[in-house]
Each structure stands twice: as structure tokens, then as C-alpha cells.
Design a protein around this ligand. Structure first.
Ligand code: ZN
Length: 227
């Protein structure tokens, strides 16, 4: 699904108050690039600091753009160069670190729903990019501290929390640590497929879900999306 930046921001429902000039600046940078997802958020750019602005996922990159007092700060991570996705942190802000060639950014997604939608879009658009590189993903999250449980109890709890959040995870151990590689079993496709089966699913069945296999990095369990 592609649209203009304005349409994407409207669809994601993030408040645009104070971000008007950032949106306008991002729009100028993107020109005619189709946008798959966009939010207004705080973002920490390496070597720059934390800024308020627009985060947009297009068919070729993740763009952050902020314009304050006429000064534009922008950073792009291009799919073609490969993108690294780090551990989610921050119990209230859901910070997701992303890195690419030469720069890195940490996006504050604000809540689980936005995090989930952002993950979905990132995987979907990355896989549909014609010459995509490698998307290294570790969808791990700092879970809140709980009373000690047995290993099986911990796994059950993780699975329940992840399902409630619409985050794909291993049905055996509950781990969200998964890795994408174009070779062999295409994890990117598998992951996108598994997201489809989740409550948030955006992708539809277009990827041939019956052929997909997801591998858990934590326990090695292989499973089909939606299992
Ligand atoms: Zn597992």
C-alpha cells in the first residue's frame, strides 16, 4: 500500500501539532517516493541528538526529517544498503534502534500498536524492494520483571504477551529473536507471513504463506506462519 506522506501520517493517527514544517520538509525530500507508513515521533540520530519530526517508510528507505527554526535535519537508511534492527527498549516509549550504512537512528514508537505497525511495514516494504540487501532483525524486547517462573512458565508468559501485542514470536519458547536472510528459507517472507497471521496483519496472503518457514534464533524451532 503506498500513498503520499500526508495520507500516511493521517492514517497512522499520530498528532501532527508542532510538526507541520517537518512534514513539509520531508515531503520535499521524498518528492514522488511512495510512502508505506509515516508517523510523527521523537528520534535519536547518531551524532546529532534527539529530535522531533517525521519518520517515513517508503519503497526504498526509512527517512527521518525534522525542521526546527528553518533548519532541516534529515537521515535516511536505504533498504539497498541493508538495515540493522536492534532490540526494542523503553517500557513506555518502545524505542527501536535502526542502523544502515553510515548512520543510525532510534525511533520512539510510543506504544505497542505503533511498534507493531512499524515492524509490519518495515518487513513488508523491505521484502517488496526489488534489490533488497539483508535485513538483520532481532525483534527482542525488554519484558517487565516478573516473579521467577519455570522455563515453560516463562515461555508461556512471553507467548501470551507477544500475541496480545501482535508481535510475532516462536510458538515453542516465545522468543522474538529472529533473523532475516535472503538465502535458503527466506526469513523476511516468513516473518511477514507470520505477521499476517497475527492480529495486526497488513500483508494479506499474497506471499504464499503455505511455503514459508520461520526459524527461531533462540531455540532453533522451525514453524509455519500463524502456528
Ligand atoms: Zn523458540
Amino acid at each position: 500500500m503506498s500513498m503520499t506522506l500526508q495520507e500516511a501520517i493521517k492514517l497512522s493517527g499520530t498528532p501532527t501539532l508542532m510538526a507541520g514544517s517537518s512534514i513539509k520538509a520531508a515531503d520535499e525530500i521524498l518528492a514522488d517516493e511512495p510512502v508505506a507508513y509515516a508517523i510523527v515521533a521523537n528520534c535519536t540520530i547518531s551524532g546529532v541528538g534527539t529530535l522531533h519530526g517525521v519518520v517515513a517508510v517508503t519503497d526504498r528507505r526509512v527517512l527521518f526529517c525534522s525542521r526546527v527554526l528553518g533548519q532541516v535535519q534529515a537521515a535516511s537508511l536505504f533498504f539497498q544498503a541493508g538495515i540493522g534492527v536492534g532490540n526494542i527498549s523503553g517500557p513506555l516509549t518502545y524505542k527501536l534502534p535502526l542502523s544502515g550504512s553510515g548512520t543510525s537512528m532510534t525511533v520512539e514508537l510510543g506504544n505497542r500498536r505503533t511498534l507493531s505497525a512499524f515492524q509490519n511495514t518495515l518487513l513488508e516494504t523491505f521484502m517488496s524492494f526489488p534489490e533488497h540487501g539483508t535485513l538483520e532483525t532481532i525483534w527482542a524486547e525488554d519484558l517487565p520483571a516478573t516473579t521467577p517462573l519455570t522455563k515453560r512458565g516463562q515461555a508461556k508468559q512471553r507467548i501470551k504477551a507477544n500475541k496480545a501485542a501482535g508481535v510475532a514470536c516462536c510458538p515453542k519458547c516465545g522468543s522474538t529473536s529472529l533473523s532475516a536472510n535472503k538465502k535458503g528459507f527466506s526469513f523476511g517472507k516468513a516473518a511477514a507471513g507470520s505477521f499476517v497471521a497475527g492480529p495486526v496483519g497488513l500483508v494479506g496472503g499474497a506471499l504464499g504463506a503455505n511455503k514459508l518457514v520461520v526459524t527461531c534464533l533462540n531455540c532453533g524451532y522451525k514453524f509455519k506462519p500463524g502456528q
